[in-house]
Structures are given as structure tokens and as C-alpha cells.
Design a protein around this ligand. Structure first.
Ligand code: GLN
Length: 474
């Protein structure tokens, strides 16, 4: 049982003066302290949070309407620029960095009355699937501290499941919201690409980076999205939001055409995942959904494609960390070139360097056609296959991850094994479509996530169907 009410109830009570924002912030900060051994949080923003809470309470006392997230504490992944603490992206190269402005997502949440209380751990620069690539610490899975929480938004997912706050913000470039949601037993929602501004988020792969919430329920995710969604002049890739509210009521699954993704459910899928996922899909069928198998033949190529395109974009995005303008600077260097080299060699961790090297390689003349261009061609093919599938189906369904949470240290020696964790999440990023992971039972006490996907911009349909599925799986 969570100590937090559903978000809309919190807001109603804060607005009515029955709950005080200052108390909610203390409750969040106490829980953060009490669960410190899980290493989910890099820093709190306690001073600023207390001050903002007092302001919100004062507004309520004056009879003002605060907003649709009045007094709700939240935790942001540490790759969102925020005031009140450093923003590090869990990388040594950004240690000590104080953001000069806040991410649009944070600004919008604050405008609606939400209060950021802490910054969550992640794989440095969001490169990873376990938080073990964090330069600072590894977050532990709330269900079993010997297991990883998933990544890269592992701190955000663990924070929600450890009950630190009603919601957390994450980013999903290749699965980083959905995978930790699956491993920790939270709801993790990646909106359509462009629906939420990326301004003020430490860039990873700009053509797939998406901001989204981690919550306890689908309804809470929808409330958060409603605040975040829409065009931002600071991010030219943003798209118009729906005129209607994203806070959808639960939709019936009756008559909904749902495709089971064949490539994710083949004989290689372990029983520990197959069993709960098949059982969940069966319940959707009993609730009236029309369920059939669907094949997207290029899906098995998605992972290889992602691990070419993503490092290519990473190599470009990380070039801004040169030790001159902000972040770590090598003070032993005595000329400009050695300052660049020293700052980057000492400041970046292993995984960032690996991606810079792979990315630079696949973009280099002579290899561009063989790797980068080919990967983009496959990506286009994949997008077409999704479009074809969505002519026959309203939604697609499958597991979020090929396994439950794995043991800390078990994948760190072999980067390819780590990359394989993302085999079921990366395709939605390449296609820019919305996808959500919701808890669907467990295997040996570890949560298993069910993944639902919808066409681009069909976020409302996705959320409504996910809310219904959550209800029937309860
Ligand atoms: N695990 C994937 C990677 O390492 C995805 C990361 C993410 O979505 N930020 O690239």
C-alpha cells in the first residue's frame, strides 16, 4: 500500500486546504532518507522544495486556484536541468554543474503546482539499462537489493516504488522509462516523440529522446502528461497536443483490435516472462479485445539499428563537453588541445567513451554508407511495418523486457549482453510511437511488465486501454 493518494485526490485536498504542501514535502523527504540504502536519489532539492511548498500553501490560503498538480511532490531524473541542486546526468564531467535555466518539463510541472524534491540516479548520460553505468552509485531494486532496478531511469522507477513521491520524471531514448518500470513494478510511459519538450534535458540521441512519467497508476501518468504535452518554442521537434485532456477515463477493451507481436514472443522467450504475459493477454481477450498475432519482420534488426543510430547521435551530442564552457576541466593541461583531451578522457566514463568511438566510426567517411545509412534505411522500413500493422490493429502488445531484473554485476563485463536487455523497447523509439509498460504479475517475486504500443499521436487511446488493462490485471 502506498502512503500517497492518487494524484487527483492529493490535488483536490491541497486545494481544499485539507492537506498542506509543506507536509507532503516533508513526507517525501523523510521517505527519501528512510530508503537511502537503495541509492535511488543523487541529491535532494529540499530547500527549494520547502520554499515552494510554503508559497503554494499561501496561495491556497488566499483562495487562489493553484493548478492540476497543486502540492504534488515529484522526483526528476538527474538529466533534467533544475534549480535547487546540481544537474549531473550521473556523470563526473558534469559534477558541480548548476543549471542556468530549468527544463521546460520542470517549468510546466511547477506552473501546475508540482514540487521537485530530489534528483534521481541514472546511467551516466542515460547510457545503459541498469544504472550500473552511473559514475556515482548503482541503484538497488526495491524488490531485491541484489538486483538492478533497470535503466537508465532506474533511480526514478525505484523512487516511485519506494514511495518517495507520487511520480517521477524519466527519459526514454531506447527504453529507459519502460525497462526500469518493468523491473521495479511501476507504470512507465513513453509518449509519442515530440509530444513533450526536450528543452533543458541533457541530450542523448536527439531523434529518439522522449520525456515521460513513472507512476503507480496509468491514471497518474495521464495527469502528468496532460501538464507536459504540447508545443514548446524552445524545442523545434515538439508537436501540437490534443485539444482534449489526456486524463482519459478508462476505456472498454471490447472490440479493440490488439496485435500480439510475434517477434517478441518466439521460442527464445523465457517461460518466466511468457507465462505472466500470456496470462495478461488472455485477460484482455476475456475483457472483449480481439486478439491476433501480428508480424513485423524487421523487428529483429531494430536493436542493431538502434545501437548504430544512437551512438552516432551520442557522439555528436557529447562533443559539447570540452572542458572549456562548463563541467569538469582538466587543470593539468597546458594548451587547448590537451585541455580538450584531458577533460574528456578524465571526465567521461567507459560507456560514454564506447559510444563516442562507435558513433564516430559509423559516421566516418568510408563506413557511413555501410553502417549509419543502412541503419536509417532499416529504420524507415520498420516505420512502414508499424504503419501497416496499425491499419489492422489499434494497439500492439508484448513483454517490455526479455527477463525480470537481473543480478547487479551480472551484465557489466559484457556490453552486448547489456544491450540485449533493450531488445523489446528500442523499436518504439526508432518509430517515434507511444508505448507504456504496466505491471503484469511477477516471476519469483520480481515484477514483469506488459508493453502496449499505439500509433503516433494515439496517446489517449493508449492510456485509456492501459488503464483498463491495469484494472483487469489487478
Ligand atoms: N538502454 C538503452 C541504451 O543504453 C536505452 C537508454 C535510454 O533509453 N536512455 O541506449
Amino acid at each position: 500500500m502506498s502512503q500517497w493518494l492518487p494524484i487527483d485526490d492529493i490535488v483536490e485536498q491541497v486545494q481544499a486546504g485539507k492537506l498542506r504542501a509543506v507536509d507532503l514535502v516533508e513526507q517525501a523527504l523523510q521517505t527519501i532518507e528512510a530508503t537511502a540504502e537503495f541509492d535511488a536519489v543523487i541529491a535532494t532539492t529540499a530547500d527549494r522544495a520547502r520554499q515552494r511548498a510554503a508559497e503554494i500553501d499561501a496561495r491556497v490560503d488566499r483562495g487562489e486556484t493553484v493548478g492540476s498538480l497543486a502540492g504534488v511532490p515529484f522526483i526528476a531524473k538527474d538529466n533534467f536541468l533544475t534549480f535547487g541542486s546540481e544537474t549531473t546526468a550521473a556523470s563526473n564531467i558534469l559534477k558541480g554543474f548548476e543549471a542556468p535555466y530549468q527544463a521546460t518539463a520542470i517549468e510546466r510541472l511547477e506552473e501546475a503546482g508540482a514540487i521537485c524534491v530530489a534528483k534521481a540516479n541514472l546511467d551516466a548520460f542515460a547510457h545503459g539499462s541498469s544504472t550500473e553505468n552511473s559514475d556515482f552509485m548503482t541503484t538497488k531494486n526495491p524488490h531485491d537489493p541484489t538486483k538492478v532496478p533497470g535503466g537508465s531511469s532506474g533511480g526514478s522507477a525505484a523512487a516511485v516504488v519506494l514511495d518517495m513521491a507520487p511520480f517521477a520524471l524519466g527519459t526514454d531514448t531506447g527504453g529507459s522509462i519502460r525497462l526500469p518500470a518493468s523491473f521495479c513494478g511501476a507504470v512507465g510511459y513513453k509518449p509519442t516523440y515530440g509530444l513533450v519538450s526536450r528543452s533543458g534535458v541533457v541530450a542523448m540521441a536527439s531523434s529518439t529522446d522522449v520525456v515521460g512519467p513513472l507512476t503507480r497508476t496509468v491514471a497518474d501518468s495521464a495527469i502528468v502528461l496532460d501538464v507536459l504535452a504540447g508545443v514548446d518554442p524552445l524545442d523545434s521537434t515538439t508537436i501540437e497536443r490534443d485539444d482534449d485532456c489526456y486524463q482519459v477515463s478508462t476505456a472498454s477493451l471490447k472490440g479493440m483490435r490488439i496485435g500480439i507481436i510475434k517477434e517478441y514472443m518466439d521460442e527464445s522467450l523465457s517461460d518466466e516472462i511468457r507465462q505472466p504475459i500470456t496470462a495478461a493477454i488472455e485477460k484482455m481477450r476475456q475483457a472483449g479485445a480481439i486478439i491476433e498475432e501480428v508480424s513485423l519482420p524487421s523487428l529483429p534488426l531494430a536493436l542493431a539499428c538502434y545501437y548504430i543510430i544512437c551512438p552516432a547521435e551520442v557522439s555528436s551530442n557529447l562533443s559539447r563537453y570540452d572542458g572549456q564552457r562548463y563541467g569538469f576541466s582538466d587543470t593539468e593541461a597546458n594548451d587547448l588541445f590537451s585541455s580538450y583531451a584531458g577533460s574528456r578522457s578524465k571526465g567521461f566514463g567507459k560507456e560514454a567513451k564506447r559510444r563516442i568511438m562507435i558513433g564516430t566510426y559509423v559516421l566516418s567517411s568510408g563506413y557511413y554508407d555501410a553502417y549509419y545509412k543502412k541503419a536509417q534505411t532499416v529504420r524507415t522500413k520498420l516505420i512502414k511495418e508499424y504503419e501497416a500493422a496499425f491499419k489492422d490493429f489499434d494497439l500492439l502488445v508484448g513483454p517490455t523486457a526479455p527477463t525480470p531484473a537481473f543480478a547487479i554485476g551480472s551484465h557489466t563485463a559484457d556490453p552486448l549482453q547489456m544491450y540485449l536487455t533493450d531488445i523489446m523497447t528500442v523499436a518504439a523509439n526508432l518509430a517515434g510511437i507511444p508505448a507504456i509498460s504496466i505491471p503484469a504479475g511477477s516471476s519469483d517475486g520480481l515484477p514483469v511488465g506488459l508493453q502496449l504500443m499505439a500509433p503516433q499521436r494515439a496517446d489517449r487511446t493508449l492510456l485509456a486501454a492501459a488503464a483498463k488493462t491495469e484494472e483487469i490485471l489487478r
